[in-house]
Design a protein around this ligand. Structure first.
Ligand code: M6R
Length: 607
């Protein structure tokens, strides 16, 4: 998501900031900006679009006396990707400038309170609230450190934030909670940044900030504090030996692996501001003014289509809304029939997929409202849809989609809960169990991911000679089987077929032989006995079987791959990364180009 870099040192700061921002480009962004103090003024220079636009604005600026500065690349979440929403944001008095990565969940009540006190806002962002709040709290009897700490105590949500103050122009204040931020410790110069590549050209000595920590840095000193009590903390300096490439991927070998491991944070981000952990309820303000649809037509491609198929199960069983799911390239040429009060739900990570956009336009021509479920703010889907729900997964760089699907599944779960509640079709006990399960997922998954990877590695070395794979599942696990097969195909180039397990005996079973193994989703649900019968049929034909299962059910297969038990269909959130990691490890074992598979593009903007 957004990228932050701050520099306090002895060299002209702005060129170092721009260089750092370039090294954070991989995180994705749609606007950028810098701030520095010079000639008794806090300058803020921002530009919509790529960094070259910012560089054009900086050209010819008198800025070389500033040896401290902050920079930011913004990946829009609240407010369009336009210049007024780009960071840094200044307080109206022009004394403070702030950059922020994360989501201030309670920005609306805070903004209202500050407006009621006479403050004027200049952007649509949640971030501006933070700098205005700090300015409001920074009275003559307290330090900026104290004001920053007080403001952070009032803020709900996630943040990595850095602050510059005109009165102390060689100092930076920064803090983090659930968004990355670290220090680069140099000689006579110090850095704060979202990621190591931003300052790797200057220092390899790094201090990792933890949640709830606040730091003050100057050219020759830095000190970390507990953000709430302002007690000074001892921190260890780590020496990094990564090269630039490795650093961009956070030490992971590939972006795909990094993105798979980001999924616990992605789930937490999707829930932030939408699930009330105390009331155990879901709020989707984007949908409040819309009626509950009588019928939903989901339109999507590839992985997003699989997410739609999965969502169909939840929307139909919890919200009792009939759902049809169709591949966008079919839908757009089929003269589909629409009923009154239909809603088209367009699912797309990129928001630029040509077929999905064409499907949306077709629906709109028929007067059917379109809701977009999308990751990229300001993309075509978000601009053309009548309403948008953002998946907030952060930029996905690997061509093979992983964390985006995870975020789509979370949002589809929330939609089913939300409409189920509005329609009164969902028992309260079920609703609270699902929400409790959702809230616990990030922790369960975080703990499980390393184990899943270990098993995936073992299996990859054993199955890498297979020429073909079946992936089988039933119910909500059937779309996961399709997704598992797609992942294996696209990055390892092994032929794979995803099938509804019950459909095997209608033809495909003829292909079974030892070199054509089956990857089954045998998760604990009402359909498990049926899946087991299908696996027995495969084994009777000498087919080898890997089965993803949960404890408490004895499976006699070649490899029973156990994942933890979680509530109902939430088990998909553990099965999905297992499928992704299996495909990933197979591709790595076979020496394939994981992040840039042949013939594929990240965003399919042509028919
Ligand atoms: O950006 P979108 O979600 O609209 O993209 C749809 C598909 O092109 C995409 O999911 C594709 O199938 C991925 N390569 C799957 O990993």
């Amino acid at each position: 998501m957004c990228g932050i870099i701050g520099y306090a040192g002895h060299r002209p700061a702005v060129p170092i900031i721009v260089e750092g921002l370039k090294r954070l480009e991989y995180r994705g962004y749609d606007s950028a900006g810098v701030t520095f103090a010079q000639h008794d003024e806090l300058h803020v220079i921002r530009a919509e679009g790529k960094l070259c636009e910012l560089e054009t604005r900086l050209n010819g600026q008198d800025m070389f006396h500033a040896t401290t500065a902050l920079g930011h690349t913004r990946w829009a979440t609240h407010g369009l990707p336009v210049e007024r929403n780009a960071h840094p944001h200044r307080d109206p008095g022009g004394r403070l400038a702030l950059v922020h990565n994360g989501i201030i969940e309670n920005y609306q009540p805070l903004r209202k309170r500050l407006k009621d006190k006479g403050r004027t806002f200049f952007s649509d962002t949640d971030s501006e609230v933070l700098v205005q709040l700090i300015a409001e709290l920074w009275t003559s009897d307290i330090t900026l450190r104290e004001a920053f700490s007080k403001a952070l105590a009032q803020v709900e949500g996630t943040y990595a934030a850095a602050l510059l103050n005109l009165d102390e122009p060689n100092k930076i204040w920064a803090a983090r909670k659930s968004s990355p931020l670290l220090l680069g410790v140099g000689v006579g110069e110090n850095f704060v940044a979202s990621d190591i590549p931003a300052f790797l050209g200057y220092t390899r000595d790094v201090v990792f900030l933890e949640d709830g920590e606040l730091v003050e840095l100057e050219p020759f000193s830095w000190q970390v504090f507990d953000a709430a009590t302002l007690e000074p903390l001892e921190k260890k300096v780590h020496h990094i030996t990564w090269d630039f490439q490795a650093a961009q991927k956070g030490g992971y070998r590939h972006f795909m692996l990094k993105e798979i491991f980001e999924q616990p944070a992605v789930i937490a981000n999707c829930l932030a501001g939408r699930v009330d952990g105390k009331a155990l309820s879901v709020t989707l303000p984007e949908l409040e003014s819309l009626p509950v649809p009588a019928q939903i037509q989901i339109v999507a491609c590839g992985t997003s289509y699989h997410a739609g198929l999965w969502g169909q199960h939840l929307l139909e069983s919890w919200a009792k809304i009939p759902v049809r799911v169709e591949i966008a390239s079919e839908f757009r040429y089929r003269n589909p029939l629409f009923m009154p009060d239909d809603l088209v739900l367009a699912i797309s990570q990129s928001g630029e997929t040509a077929d999905t956009l064409a499907g949306m336009r077709l629906a709109k021509e028929h007067g059917v409202p379109v809701l977009g479920l999308c990751n990229v703010l300001g993309s075509s889907v978000t601009r053309e849809a009548d309403g948008v729900i953002y998946t907030q997964a952060g930029p996905e760089i690997s061509v093979a989609s992983t964390k985006a699907m995870c975020s789509q599944l979370v949002l589809l779960t929330l939609l089913a809960l939300y409409w189920g509640r509005r329609k009164g079709t969902l028992a309260r006990e079920v609703e609270t169990s699902i929400i409790t399960g959702l809230l616990g997922l990030p922790q369960v998954l975080e703990a499980e991911l390393p184990r899943l990877r270990g098993t995936a590695q073992e299996l990859a070395s054993e199955y890498s000679t297979a020429n073909s794979f079946f992936y089988l599942g039933r119910g909500p696990a059937y779309p996961l089987a399709l997704e598992g097969a797609l992942k294996l195909k696209e990055i390892s180039y092994i032929h794979a077929e995803g099938y509804a397990a019950g459909e095997m005996k209608h033809g495909p079973i003829a292909l079974i032989e030892p070199e054509f193994p089956t990857f089954a989703l045998a998760l604990n649900d009402a359909l498990l006995p049926k899946v087991v019968s299908n696996l027995v049929e495969v084994q009777a034909r000498n087919g080898r079987v890997i089965a993803l299962c949960q404890s408490g059910f004895e499976l006699t297969v070649d490899h029973a791959w156990e994942v933890p038990q979680v509530y109902g269909p939430l088990n998909s959130f553990l099965a999905l990364p297992a499928l992704q990691l299996f495909a990933y490890e197979m591709a790595v074992y076979l020496g394939k180009d994981v992040d840039q598979p042949r013939n594929l593009a990240k965003s399919v903007t042509v028919e």
